[in-house]
Design a protein around this ligand. Structure first.
Ligand code: NAD
Ligand code: MG
Length: 393
């Protein structure tokens, strides 16, 4: 029986994780779970778990302290302990009672709790890619020092993780991440300049949280994933490629030195990579239907258009520059996406603001958490100021 701490239980990945847990009640138990501010959904999830006879969670944490009293009103039936704030999240990620931390908060907010789990030597399943992008070397060092295991949940990285098992690290020639291409794959530049929030939130193949959906429309999600792959698999940036694969069936491919290519295929459903991370190195007969090959007449691959989608080049440049540059890329993007979702900048303003932040950022070594958090804060302020000044609307 594995005891889980689910960070970000109310999100898209959190909900899918609870579905996997429900499928294998004899294998997994929720020891604790955390939410940002959606206390209504948290209360509903606790109610469902209680109704199903699940023994747990004993502790929950709510990041937004202002929501604590509302939660207590909604979840009077819940007899466990309720913590709040970042400290509460960190406490749950590091407590000895859990074996596996599912890192599924969105954005930089997941950094401290995820790092706390890694420092305590736990198995940590990472969906929340932004902390790895910001502070990959610190997270890997923490895992190494404590003996923690990092298991990728991001579908492409789960696919790479499965494919690299077919050879030695030194035999890997190339990692190929696939991208759906998002809602603007075939749009003209003019259409992208006029894109609305509604257009950008319409993902063709995956159903996900708002931030990653916008990141998929800008290809920034794939940009972050290039850096994520570099840290997770210790492969140089020149050996990581992206191909647009609109069907989202082949999640990633690994080319070995003999030119053999091993790929992982699956329906676009996050329950599969979540289940693989939770059961690794085993595989279990789960809830997912077999891949219907008869409905797959064409699986296509096309090169990304770097002119319309400059995000990938931002990632290669920031990744190669190293130090705090990836943290700046991530924070500038988070801030720009938030401004776009608030209707304060245009879609292509995201590219302009991220580029401006990367150009203005003085390269710095990343020595410790403090340097990362400073770079993150700097980039957010820079983007907010720049957006206010130029009003890209
Ligand atoms: P989401 O927006 O649906 O959920 C985010 C979760 O984080 C929620 O539980 C929310 O309450 C919590 N949260 C938000 N802000 C917080 C804060 N400041 N402090 C603490 N908790 C906070 O996002 P999602 O789509 O589930 O994605 C989560 C992460 O997984 C992201 O990093 C995303 O890139 C990654 N990911 C998601 C998918 C997917 O299919 N959804 C696939 C691969 C990777
Ligand atoms: Mg992905």
């Amino acid at each position: 029986m594995k005891n889980l701490c689910i960070l970000g239980c109310t999100g898209s990945i959190g909900v899918s994780t609870l579905k996997v847990v429900a499928q294998f009640p004899e294998k997994f138990r929720v020891r604790s779970m955390t939410a940002g501010s959606n206390v209504k959904q948290l209360a509903e999830q606790l109610h469902t778990l209680q109704q199903s006879g699940h023994k747990g969670p004993e502790r929950v944490a709510i990041a937004d302290k202002n929501k604590l009293s509302e939660f207590k009103q909604l979840a009077g039936f819940y007899k466990g302990e309720v913590l709040s704030g970042v400290d509460g999240l960190v406490e749950l990620a590091q407590e000895p009672e859990s074996d596996f931390v599912v890192s599924a908060i969105v954005g930089a907010a997941g950094l401290l709790p995820t790092l706390a789990g890694l420092k305590k030597g736990k198995q940590v399943g990472i969906a929340n890619k932004e902390p790895l992008v910001m502070a990959g070397p610190l997270m890997l060092a923490a895992a190494k020092a404590s003996g923690a295991t990092i298991l990728p949940i991001d579908s492409e990285h789960c696919a790479v993780f499965q494919s690299v098992r077919c050879g030695e690290q030194k035999e890997v020639r190339k990692i190929i991440l696939t991208a759906s291409g998002g809602p603007f794959r075939t749009a003209t530049k003019e259409m992208m300049l006029k894109a609305t929030k509604e257009n950008a939130l319409k993902h063709p193949t995956w159903s996900m949280g708002a931030k990653i959906t916008i990141d998929s429309a800008t290809l920034m999600n794939k940009a972050l994933e290039i850096i994520e792959a570099h840290f997770l698999f210790d492969v140089p940036y020149d050996q990581i490629e992206v191909w647009v694969h609109p069907q989202s069936i082949v999640h990633a491919l690994v080319e070995f030195n003999d030119s053999s290519v091993i790929a992982q295929l699956g329906l676009p459903d996050m329950r599969l990579p979540i289940q693989y991370a939770l059961t690794y190195p085993e595989r279990l007969d789960g809830a997912l239907p077999p891949l219907p090959l008869d409905r797959m007449q064409s699986l296509t691959f096309e090169a990304p258009d770097h002119e319309r989608f400059p995000s990938l080049q931002f990632a290669y440049a920031a990744g190669k520059r190293g130090g705090t540059a990836p943290a700046v890329l991530n924070a500038a993007n988070e801030q720009a996406v938030a401004l776009f979702l608030e209707g304060k900048i245009k879609f292509c303003g995201i590219f302009d603001l991220v580029r401006a932040a990367l150009d203005a950022h003085p390269a710095q070594q990343m020595d410790n958490l403090e340097t990362v958090l400073q770079a993150d804060g700097w980039a957010r302020r820079f983007v907010a100021d720049q957006a206010a000044k130029t009003s890209t609307r």
